[in-house]
Write a protein that binds this ligand. Structure first.
Ligand SMILES: Nc1ncnc2c1ncn2[C@@H]1O[C@H](COP(=O)(O)OP(=O)(O)OP(=O)(O)O)[C@@H](O)[C@H]1O
Ligand SMILES: O=P(O)(O)OC[C@H]1O[C@H](OP(=O)(O)OP(=O)(O)O)[C@H](O)[C@@H]1O
Ligand SMILES: O=C(O)c1cccnc1
Length: 467
């Protein structure tokens, strides 16, 4: 875990908190919803990631002495600073399971806490969940096209600063097999692997000497980078020589890596040469600005690539800079609240809520989630929250509640799930989603509807606030 303290927030959270404090509102309760409005990558789903990190950080979140000294210089009142000395998040959180498939405009998580605590954690919550969810979603798109190929995340050097740390974790949630990022590997128990850089080859007088030195030092995980000078005339012939030398010592060359040129052509030619030399077990790895579209194209060209190393386009969430997740107040001190907007899509949904996934009698997804009041027993029809004339009967559907209690009084209520478990869960959930929601071009739009009771509540509040 990186070292976070409660100043990992925006200044306005502290200003508002001081006002609440001074006005005797520090025990006022609040409910906030976390959700996003637009799916990234013009895709049909998103993958929830970052929850375990958030919960672990919230359990420990406090202002340390340095924070308090700094805030003292920022003109916060003595009384408020005294309060911050013992600040601790003691709220309750209901959330989707990490790794689950998500859709826009439905709560992914709900925070119930006193207004100051709920407000002070907004920024860190959005910061962690928006980023990891974006990257896990990108990773899962890459996994979808890569099928059973090995996927390695290579992005730390091109990531947005230390964000690369969490990008490596999110890549695993989305279906990657490993990372080159050593600290993420150590802290999140992710398999770490890697090959070699061009500089390594360049630093020797010739390619074969570089290959030989590496193979002698790292015989168990030797993947030779073959494109520094000429892939087919030098790199592959030299790799074959090293492969044979290793065989004579009872060792096996693990692989070669292609990092430039026409990857499909070079992989095909390399495969032929390796096979002809009896090195059919040597794997072919490829890298160089890969993304889901390039990998799809390479596999359609029957490129015999076993391992894809993906960096920049994955860890920066290219071409989407961010997930637009927001944190909106839905109940204040017991009173349901609404945020009005010209556009109905931005009008919030009041009340404590639950979200249900809807399935047919066989347990297959029908392509809709229902948002209800938290304690509603049964839903017979759901209504489009934006186009109020659209509705869907769901009376006979099976339901699965999606928001679970994950934190109570500031303490996690469940054992930390390993990254492996989260990734396996995510894979299962995605498998259950029909292909039409997963295709890249014009995916089917998954429906999200509100119950009749919630619709009525929202309309009543809309009328009240419009007055
Ligand atoms: N057969 C292929 N089909 C589709 N895309 C490919 C294929 N081969 C390579 N690519 C992709 O095309 C892009 C090629 O970019 P670019 O021309 O900069 O590559 P390069 O070979 O590294 O160039 P340079 O030799 O200047 O380093 C990369 O994103 C690469 O992954
Ligand atoms: O293209 P990406 O998806 O971001 O994958 C990571 C890239 O980073 C490395 O290149 P770099 O030029 O930084 O170092 P190198 O000299 O070791 O190739 C590697 O060879 C990949 O090309
Ligand atoms: O191990 C590798 O081949 C590697 C690691 C980081 C970036 N590019 C390549």
């Amino acid at each position: 875990m990186l070292d976070f303290t409660a100043t990992y927030t925006d200044q306005y959270q502290l200003s508002m908190a001081q006002v609440y404090f001074e006005n005797g509102q520090k025990e006022h309760s609040a409910v906030f919803d976390y959700y996003f409005r637009k799916l990234p990558f013009d895709g049909g789903y998103a993958i929830f990631s970052g929850l375990e990190d958030l919960l672990e950080i919230l359990e420990e979140l406090k202002f340390n002495e340095e924070d308090l000294a700094y805030l003292k210089d920022q003109n916060y009142s003595e009384e408020f600073l005294d309060y911050l000395k013992t600040f601790k998040f003691s709220g309750t959180i209901m959330a989707a399971r990490e790794g689950d498939i998500l859709f826009p405009n439905r709560p992914v998580l709900q925070v119930e806490a006193n207004i100051i605590e709920a407000q002070l954690i907004e920024t860190i919550l959005l910061n962690l969940l928006n980023f990891q969810t974006l990257i896990a979603t990108k990773a899962s798109r890459i996994r979808l096209v890569a099928k059973n190929s090995i996927l390695l995340e290579f992005g730390l050097r091109r990531a947005h600063g230390p964000g690369g740390y969490y990008a490596s974790r999110a890549a695993i949630v989305g279906g990657f097999d490993g990372t080159s990022n050593v600290v993420a590997g150590k802290n999140f128990d992710i398999p770490v692997s890697g090959t070699m850089a061009h500089s390594f080859i360049q630093s020797y007088d010739d390619e074969i000497t570089a290959f030989r030195a590496f193979s002698q030092s790292r015989p168990k995980d030797c993947v030779l980078l073959v494109d520094t000078y000429d892939t087919l005339k030098s790199g592959i012939p030299n790799a074959i020589k090293i492969g044979k030398e290793m065989e004579s010592k009872g060792q096996k060359l693990m692989g070669i890596r292609l990092d430039s040129g026409d990857l499909a052509y070079l992989a095909q030619e390399s495969r032929k040469m390796l096979d002809k030399a009896g090195l059919d077990y040597v794997k072919i790895a490829a890298s160089n600005q890969l993304d889901e579209y390039v990998i799809k194209s390479l596999l359609e060209q029957n490129a015999p690539i076993d391992i894809f190393g993906v960096g920049t386009n994955l860890v920066t969430g290219e071409p989407d800079g961010a997930l637009d997740g927001v944190y909106k107040l839905s109940v204040s001190n017991g009173i349901p609240r609404l945020k009005i907007s010209e556009s109905l899509s931005k009008v919030t949904i009041p009340h404590k809520k639950q979200v249900y996934r809807l399935m047919n009698a066989k347990g297959e997804l029908i392509g809709a989630d229902a948002i209800t009041m938290r304690d509603e027993e049964e839903v017979s029809r759901i209504y489009d929250p934006q186009e109020i004339l659209k509705s869907l009967p769901v009376k006979n559907c099976k339901t699965e509640a999606l928001l679970h209690l994950v934190m109570k009084n500031g303490k996690k209520t469940q054992e930390t799930r390993s990254l492996k478990e989260i990734a396996a869960y995510s894979r299962d959930r995605l498998e259950g989603l029909p292909m039409e929601y997963k295709r890249f071009d014009n995916p089917h739009i998954y429906k999200v509807g509100i119950s009749k009771a919630l619709k009525k509540e929202r309309e009543t509040l809309l009328k009240k606030y419009k007055k």
